[in-house]
Write a new protein. Structure first.
Ligand SMILES: Nc1ncnc2c1ncn2[C@@H]1O[C@H](COP(=O)(O)OP(=O)(O)OP(=O)(O)O)[C@@H](O)[C@H]1O
Ligand SMILES: [Mg+2]
Length: 348
């Protein structure tokens, strides 16, 4: 009887990372969304390099394995694209009707996006639709079509379609908004330190205003350890994934932690010069596998001298009993920020 059958309204978020393929399943059937299940599957080295899928078969196998580990069999998933072939830019234009923005965006994109206009997908979001001042703030998104199509092909090979192809930084922001509402005032940085790359997002009063990618992540740390200390790949990985900081990590951590900290400083400085104002990042929220590297947050804090917070999607989201199965929920939750941000968008 329909009255008593609670409609299944699950959404599946798929984060195809270069180190781990991650799946998050969220049940939207209740009063509040609930995390029903997560799973992650390691990806073989070099299957994805600099955001580009080198080996579609390996990646689609890992996607199938992650879905099966999460015990779901969806027809469509929400996924995202990111990296240097995606440009997100906040622009200010004279206020026009929402219906007119679309037309303007192509022209604006030609001014702001260094890609060939015939090969990009454009999208936009009006940041202040309710305001009535003379100018309006619009977030312009341009993604190289090749990148989007490559993602769709990998999904297709895994027998899936895309419910949404989002932008990494937006999906992250979506999870962040829900889990850390306290970060929605003032200027904060949300940083996702992954396997290959680090994504820095500056958020001003809850609005994402700048995103930057750095080519540094846990893979680079592992390579540093191998090169500097002569460790094998397995030994280096053990040092990185250990619960406590080992002295072996000291030098590489300082170098890479500072590289990320400098990236944040530069992003803030860029914003300050673009807006001719003081931009002071008051706190930094960090997620992704690199946030779990012992000592990473301390190293960043020592340089930036602002509070560094471990961001977790579970800060304001209930996880169903057994959602993490054999995984240590507290340890791995920060890795699922993006997948959860995608699944939080809802089914369909
Ligand atoms: N409990 C854990 N299990 C597995 N990996 C972990 C764990 N804790 C930390 N890590 C580290 O997290 C890294 C993966 O992080 P993450 O999933 O954020 O990267 P990714 O999304 O695959 O990479 P990218 O975003 O750069 O493409 C692993 O390479 C590993 O070093
Ligand atoms: Mg990632």
């Amino acid at each position: 009887m329909a009255l008593f059958s609670r409609k299944q309204k699950t959404a599946v978020g798929l984060d195809i990372g270069s180190g781990l393929v991650k799946v998050a399943v969220i049940d939207h059937g209740g009063a509040e969304p609930e995390l029903a299940r997560v799973a992650m599957v390691p990806l073989l080295a070099d299957a994805i390099v600099e955001g580009e899928v080198m080996d579609p078969a390996i990646v689609s196998d890992a996607i199938r394995a992650a879905l099966s580990a999460a015990e779901v069999n969806p027809a469509a998933v929400a996924t995202a694209v990111g990296g240097r072939d995606v440009i997100v830019k906040k622009i200010i234009i004279d206020r026009v009707k929402a219906s007119q923005v679309q037309e303007l965006m192509r022209w604006e994109a030609e001014q702001h996006v260094p890609f060939d206009m015939d090969s990009v997908e454009l999208d936009f979001q009006i940041l202040d639709p309710e305001a009535d001042d003379e100018q309006m703030r619009v977030l312009l998104v341009a993604a190289k079509r090749d990148l989007v199509e490559a993602k769709l092909r990998v999904l297709e090979e895994a027998g899936l379609t895309a419910a949404i192809v989002d932008v990494d930084s937006f999906a992250l922001h979506n999870a962040f908004e829900r889990s850390h509402p306290e970060a929605m005032t003032g200027v904060v940085a949300l940083v996702n330190i992954g396997h290959e790359s680090t994504n820095i997002n500056i958020v001003e009063d809850g609005v994402p205003v700048l995103t930057r990618d750095l080519n540094v992540g846990t893979r680079r740390l592992r390579e540093d350890l191998q090169r500097d200390l002569g460790l094998s790949a397995e030994e280096a990985k053990a040092v990185l994934d250990a619960p406590d900081r080992s002295t072996a990590l000291d030098t590489v951590l300082v170098a890479r932690g500072e590289e990320i900290a400098v990236g944040i400083e530069r992003a803030a400085a860029f914003l300050a010069s673009a807006s001719h104002s003081q931009v002071q990042v008051s706190s930094v929220y960090v997620c992704g596998g690199g946030a779990r590297t012992p000592g990473m947050l301390d190293t960043m804090g020592a340089r930036l001298r602002v509070p560094i917070v471990l961001a977790t999607p579970l800060a304001n989201l209930t996880a169903r009993e057994g959602a993490f199965e054999s995984l240590d929920a507290e340890a791995v939750a920060p890795l699922f920020m993006l997948a959860i941000g995608l699944a939080l968008r809802g089914p369909g």
